[in-house]
Design a protein around this ligand. Structure first.
Ligand code: P1T
Length: 383
């Protein structure tokens, strides 16, 4: 058998083996904080669950496998995973980040780590010259989200990694919106992949969890140290749920993508809709990059109503019946969100509007229901 599994096999078997105690096919939920030692330092490889836990370890091996990486780390949330990446840096270091990103990511950058002496530059990353113009000797990290939340901009990962190839600058990719099914940034030269596994990886809106995946053993050692020293780990039950979610990632993603494509086209042709943001359209400014870099175009899209009318947008959201108005994304059920007042409210209005997050913008996370029911719900809500 080949060493490297195809993706649809890696989701189910990658890094997994039946449990050694009783042969359980799914790793048991090892709900324990500590492990018996026969004499100090003599044990079965586990001492304390902040450091290692067998259920979390099974998930971490799965994460590494589906991202084509060597080492996976699981955290209590996507933001806890980001926090660990930022702790690789020191005061005075500079970070270049995409200007269109999850509001909570912007908040941890500006409201937490800026206070510890890190400096952030936010730039639209489709323009590599703009990125270059921000690079200096203090630059230590490039943070990119692609597709971006919520404007669905697509950033050329390889172009960014090429830009810093000979420099000591880490490239980290937040792969939450695409999921490992659609793209694997480590294969494009990125150093770190981050996930809010809360979303597509877990896939059922029942867990909050974050992930980091890397190839370098030096980086893995540093991240492992931070994970244990700062302690923002996830529990065994959440590890189990995420592992179970990953096993169906490929089949769920196929349906998310199919449904989103049909809904994007339905909205594009609708007389009351001004603009639809979805990278599968030939007219999308980054369509060619998306086509080359992504296996499919994902399950997320955003749109604005004609005349960019805030009240019309809110009415649509309130009239939706199948789509639930809620934060988050990537679960089997369809959700609608109002980024300006919900997920991106922590970004000052003038800054978020510059990247397109206007008050009339609606974001949809397309689930895996029958697309005919989703379209009819949108149709009645738009009116
Ligand atoms: O919620 P948490 O697991 O901590 O993940 C944070 C996060 C990081 N990166 C991206 C791209 C995200 O979308 C998120 C969380 N986003 C939402 C809750 C949302 O509705 O957009």
């Amino acid at each position: 058998m080949k060493d490297k599994l195809h993706f649809n096999t890696a989701t189910i078997h990658g890094g997994q083996k039946p449990d050694e105690a009783y042969g359980a096919v799914m790793p048991p939920i090892y709900q324990t904080s500590t492990y018996a030692q026969t004499t100090p330092g003599e044990h079965k490889g586990f001492e304390y669950s902040r450091t290692h836990n067998p259920t979390r370890q099974a998930l971490e091996k799965s994460l590494a496998s589906i991202e084509s990486g060597a080492f996976g780390f699981a955290f209590g949330s996507g933001l806890a995973a980001m926090d660990a990446v930022l702790k690789l840096l020191k005061p005075g270091d500079e970070i270049i980040s995409t200007d269109d990103l999850y509001g909570g990511s912007y908040r941890i950058f500006k409201k937490i780590f800026e206070g510890f002496g890190l400096k952030f530059h936010f730039v639209p990353m489709h323009d590599t010259e703009l990125i270059s113009s921000c690079i200096n000797k203090k630059t230590k990290l490039i943070w990119l989200e692609t597709p971006t939340n919520p404007m669905m901009n697509v950033i050329d990962i390889q172009a960014v990694t090429q830009l810093v190839k000979d420099k000591e600058i880490l490239v980290a990719v937040d792969n939450t919106f695409a999921s490992s099914y659609i793209q694997q940034p480590l294969t494009m030269g990125a150093d770190i992949v981050m996930h809010s596994a809360t979303k597509y990886l877990a896939g059922h809106s029942d867990v909050i969890l974050g992930a980091l995946i890397v190839n370098s053993s030096i980086l893995a050692e540093r991240i492992g140290f931070i994970q244990n020293a700062s302690g923002a780990i996830c529990g065994p039950m959440d590890s189990f749920l995420t592992l179970r979610g990953i096993k169906t990632l490929h089949v769920r993603m196929q349906r998310h993508c199919e449904n989103a494509a049909m809904i994007a086209n339905f909205l594009k042709d609708h007389s009351k809709i001004e603009k639809v943001y979805w990278p599968g359209f030939k007219s999308h400014p980054n369509h060619l990059v998306a086509k080359a870099q992504m296996k499919d175009y994902g399950g997320m899209l955003s749109f604005v109503t004609k005349g960019a009318d805030y009240h019309a947008a809110i009415k649509i959201i309130e009239r939706l019946k199948l789509f639930t108005l809620a934060e988050s994304l990537g679960g089997v059920e369809s959700l609608a969100g109002h980024p300006a007042s919900m997920t991106h409210a922590s970004i000052p209005k003038d800054i978020r509007e510059k990247s397109g997050v206007v008050d009339a913008l609606i974001r949809l996370s397309i689930g895996i229901e029958d697309v005919r029911d989703l379209i009819s719900d949108l149709d009645q809500a738009i009116g």
